[in-house]
Design a binder for this molecule. Structure first.
Ligand code: IMP
Ligand code: MG
Length: 179
């Protein structure tokens, strides 16, 4: 058993091991290789949390593919839908491209439901979502991942790119907040 760790002053216990994560990402990579043969997809990884998952998933791809990174800045919009999201750093022409959005975790779904229209208006041939983690019970906005590493309960997790107040992203395994 790995030991518990302290992150940003909170106790976390081991949840998903490095080996289990690697196995699952190899499976996701195999799925993508089968689904995207001859499609030359572009992965769009949402920073900061997805950087480690994106790097590991991308290295599992044997089909031609490219990757780009975006940072999302949300601000209160004047529309009834509330928050508006702008993508910083998205310079690629997505017209006719097969896009795979790469996320660390889908929690409420708010971030992605605001970001998806931004991608759609750029005329991609297709858009799919690949997420390392999903918390289906936390969903307040209807977002369904097409490729999901693990569905987890509605508890806070850190490691493998995910943070608690900026800390813990460098942990190679995933840890869950102790009750
Ligand atoms: P959503 O818009 O509620 O789906 O939130 C997604 C974002 O919230 C993720 O990309 C993470 O940055 C953050 N987040 C949600 N749950 C967790 C967690 O358990 N640990 C770390 N970050 C989280
Ligand atoms: Mg994120």
């Amino acid at each position: 058993m790995q030991a518990r760790v302290s992150v940003a002053g909170h106790n976390y216990i081991p949840f998903l091991s490095e080996g289990l994560i690697a196995e699952r990402i190899a499976e996701l990579g195999a799925q993508l290789n089968a689904d995207y043969e001859d499609k030359n997809p572009i992965l769009i990884a949402v920073l900061n949390g997805s950087f480690i998952f994106a790097a590991d998933l991308f290295r599992q791809l044997s089909v031609p593919a490219s990757i780009s990174f975006v940072k999302l800045a949300s601000y209160k919009g004047t529309t009834s839908t509330g928050n508006v999201v702008t993508a910083i750093g998205l310079e690629e022409n997505l017209n006719g491209r097969h896009v795979i959005i790469v996320e660390d975790i889908i929690d409420t779904g708010k971030t992605l439901s605001a970001f998806l229209p931004e991608i759609m208006q750029r005329g991609p041939a297709s858009v799919k979502i690949a997420t390392f983690l999903s918390k289906p019970d936390a969903r307040t906005h209807p977002v369904k991942p097409d490729y999901c590493g693990f569905e987890i309960e509605n508890k806070f997790v850190v490691g493998y790119g995910l943070d608690h107040d900026g800390q813990g992203r460098n942990l190679p395994a995933l840890y869950i907040l102790e009750d």
